[in-house]
Write a protein that binds this ligand. Structure first.
Ligand code: V4E
Length: 226
């Protein structure tokens, strides 16, 4: 039960651009809790069924992860509405659950969705069955920090191998938990770090798509997903 609960957490986060001053501020009020490197591969149908619904399927370090919007209407923000600085996505890490969710999103055009398949970590044939292909692949080096006096807040500084770096302030909330208070903690942390962005900062994927998948980028931009 506890595992199920953890698998359905909501990740509330705010991205920020950082320089040596920001790094100094983080080192002053936080503790570095580690550095790691991971390779991500993202998957979608050739006509972008998942990402057009703001659903992001990836394999990181041999594990599958699905990020979906917490209000699964269309995934996209209404045209003309300013995107908030924070994003919140449900994170699912249980493969059978991921498989069901993905099938649900692509079902209108999926010829093989009724096939009786048990997805497996060792065998990628379920990707072919659902016509899912890799559209992005990159390696990230991440340094992580916790902050003194700020419970449950993590700061990650990411350097992607295609030459983009970005920070994120992140709070993990169990599904059904208090997202507003997570946003408040993030706002407070941003203040402590002296961040003054007024608009949402581009994540690694936005920059990747713009550079290497311009057609998908343009489609997601006009659908207001990015
Ligand atoms: C949710 C999402 C994408 C999937 C990648 O999410 P992101 O948080 O950018 O990656 P990462 O490596 O930091 O994941 P973590 O280790 O924290 O789980 S790609 C695009 N989105 C939507 C999105 C968006 N439209 N705008 C911003 C600022 N972030 C995410």
């Amino acid at each position: 039960m506890l595992l199920y609960f953890l698998q359905m957490s909501v990740e509330v986060e705010r991205k920020f651009l950082f320089d040596s001053d920001t790094l100094k501020a983080i080192e002053d009020i936080g503790d570095c809790v580690g550095q790691k490197q991971f390779h991500d591969k993202y998957f979608d149908t050739p006509d972008f069924k998942l990402t057009l619904r703001d659903v992001w399927l990836r394999r990181r370090k041999q594990s599958w992860e699905l990020k979906c919007p917490i209000d699964p209407v269309n995934g996209a923000v209404e045209p003309g509405r300013e995107k908030s600085l924070c994003t919140q996505y449900k994170e699912i890490t249980n493969l059978p659950e991921i498989y069901q969710r993905v099938k649900e999103v692509i079902k209108d055009t999926c010829e093989n969705c009724d096939a009786d398949i048990t997805p497996s970590d060792e065998d990628d044939s379920w990707l072919n069955t659902l016509k899912l292909c890799c559209f992005a692949e990159f390696t990230t080096t991440r340094r992580s920090f916790t902050l003194k006096g700020e419970d449950g807040v993590k700061i990650d500084l990411d350097q992607a191998d295609f030459g983009y770096h970005v920070g994120e302030i992140e709070v993990l909330v169990p599904e059904g938990g208090d997202i507003q208070s997570a946003q408040e903690k993030i706002r407070h942390t941003a203040q402590r770090l002296g961040l003054n962005e007024e608009r949402r900062v581009e994540g690694k994927m936005t920059v990747y798509l713009k550079r290497y998948r311009p057609e998908q980028y343009a489609i997601l931009l006009s659908a207001h997903v990015l």
